[in-house]
Design a protein around this ligand. Structure first.
Ligand code: AMP
Ligand code: MG
Length: 442
């Protein structure tokens, strides 16, 4: 290995003290030429460590970012017991064992304008949603359950309300001194609202993860160039852009790099020196007539895998070094669907981990397969599917047409990824299969 100019003390913040060799050394059955997806995921997860760099952002800017420290609530939310309904606040002890109750109305309580007095037996206060509960009251009867309401009094029919109904407790949303949000949370719309409810205007977040990427291959043309005989437009940089953008990464798009050792080496070095992670596509297949793998190997600790998956068998993973900097490397295959699948199932979690996110695994949703699917045990297959609701109300999934690893159209038509697990065999029509949805509610 040739770590030109590497000063190990000057490397980036995130350097594990072990090599890939150390990581795979613990696996008795490690075979880089037939690596099950789960094992590849494990190796990546163990090798990678999170970045540690915090910035403070105004609340709105924190959307989609990773919280860098726990947020402890400095106040009770809500600050007082208050009403969950428009109606009348009363003393639960006044409610009779049977028969209706007539209460004297002694005032009103509005949200933001409390009733100042205290409520005595057989009295009540007209109250609006969110208004502070008047002293001695513990129960609210919704307006629509009452009868004969006048300015002076109101009838509470028997059985319409129990002691304690429709009262929200002080601190029931967030209690003062308790953890409101945990470090590592990827902030979503609800979290912005929650932070606002605590009065938090500035949020400590992890800095954005910097990801550099480029495409390799002499046949690739960038948009705007003429498409010569035998060439294709570079689409991978656009899908990668989309996927990285959605993850909230800072993106360094380095374009198409020709299959020439000098340009490739320069590109890898620049990427490594400017980013936390480098993602390339193409040039990692077995017997590829190019220099990509050679340069990757020269620049660091890189493993070349044949993964037991479809699409996306070949992949390079490791860490490269250049002029005292280092970056994790994901050398994805070239085929457009393989790029997306390897990104989602091998790179995505690793990048989230680097971002410091403590994300929970994506749910695998079971759905009935509408047709038989051929599947060989011994590899994981990711098929593009369309999830819908059957006439009987159950979830059903159909595989989108051709599943070739170059057919991006089927990816675009799909709304989910069907996961046919490593040990799984053929699927019969009507069998349940697992899938990941592309889009969620938030
Ligand atoms: P490779 O892994 O370099 O052998 O590429 C496998 C296939 O993917 C070839 O058909 C390439 O032309 C195609 N390919 C590689 N990179 C890209 C890209 N950036 N955009 C579109 N197709 C690509
Ligand atoms: Mg190529």
């Amino acid at each position: 290995m040739n770590y030109d100019n590497v000063n190990p003390d000057a490397m980036n913040t995130h350097h594990p003290h072990f090599s890939l060799h150390d990581v795979v050394g613990c696996m008795s059955d490690y075979d880089p030429h037939a690596l099950p997806v789960e094992q590849a995921q494990q190796i990546i997860q163990q090798f990678i460590s999170p970045i540690h760099a915090i910035e403070k952002l105004a609340l709105r800017q924190a959307l989609g970012r990773v919280l860098a420290s726990d947020i402890i609530s400095g106040i009770n939310v809500p600050a007082h017991d208050n009403s969950a309904m428009d109606g009348y606040a009363l003393r639960g002890s006044d409610l009779p064992a049977n028969g209706d109750l007539v209460l004297k109305i002694i005032g009103s309580a509005y949200a933001g304008r409390a009733f100042a007095g205290a409520v005595q037996a057989r009295e009540c206060v007209r109250i609006m949603t969110g208004a502070v509960m008047p002293a001695h009251c513990d129960t609210v009867i919704p307006q629509e359950f009452t009868q004969n309401a006048s300015e002076e009094c109101v009838t509470i029919p028997f059985g319409k309300v129990k002691m304690g109904d429709n009262r929200r407790f002080k601190g029931e949303d967030l209690a003062c001194g308790k953890k409101a949000l945990a470090k590592g949370k990827l902030l979503r719309p609800a979290d912005l609202g929650l932070l606002a409810s605590l009065g938090v205007a500035e949020v400590p977040v992890q800095r954005r993860l910097r990801v550099a990427f480029f495409s390799t291959g002499d046949e690739l043309r960038s948009l705007g160039e003429t498409l010569d005989e035998g060439c294709v437009y570079d689409s991978n940089r656009y899908t990668l852009y989309g996927m990285l953008q959605r993850l909230g990464c800072e993106i360094i798009d380095m374009g198409v790099i020709k299959d020439d050792p000098v340009s490739l080496k320069a590109a890898f070095r620049t990427a490594c020196e400017n980013a936390d992670a480098v993602i390339t596509s193409g040039g990692v297949s077995v017997g590829a007539a190019d220099y990509t793998k050679q340069i990757m190997a020269e620049l660091g600790d890189v493993a070349f895998w044949t993964i037991g998956m479809r699409p996306g068998r070949p992949m390079a993973f490791g860490k490269i070094h250049s002029h005292g900097k280092s970056a994790y490397l994901f050398g994805l295959p070239g085929n457009p669907v393989a790029v997306m699948v390897t990104f989602y199932f091998l790179a995505r979690n690793a990048l989230l981990h680097m971002m410091g996110a403590t994300n929970s695994p994506l749910p695998l949703v079971p759905a009935r397969s509408q047709a038989a699917i051929r599947k060989r045990p011994g590899r994981t297959e990711y098929q593009r599917g369309i999830l819908s609701i059957a006439d009987d109300g159950q979830l059903q999934v159909a595989i989108t047409g051709a599943q070739g690893s170059g057919i991006l159209r089927s990816m675009s038509e799909a709304n989910c990824m069907v996961v046919l697990h490593h040990h799984q065999g053929n699927v019969a029509a009507g069998d349940l299969v697992d899938l990941h949805l592309f889009e969620g509610l938030v």
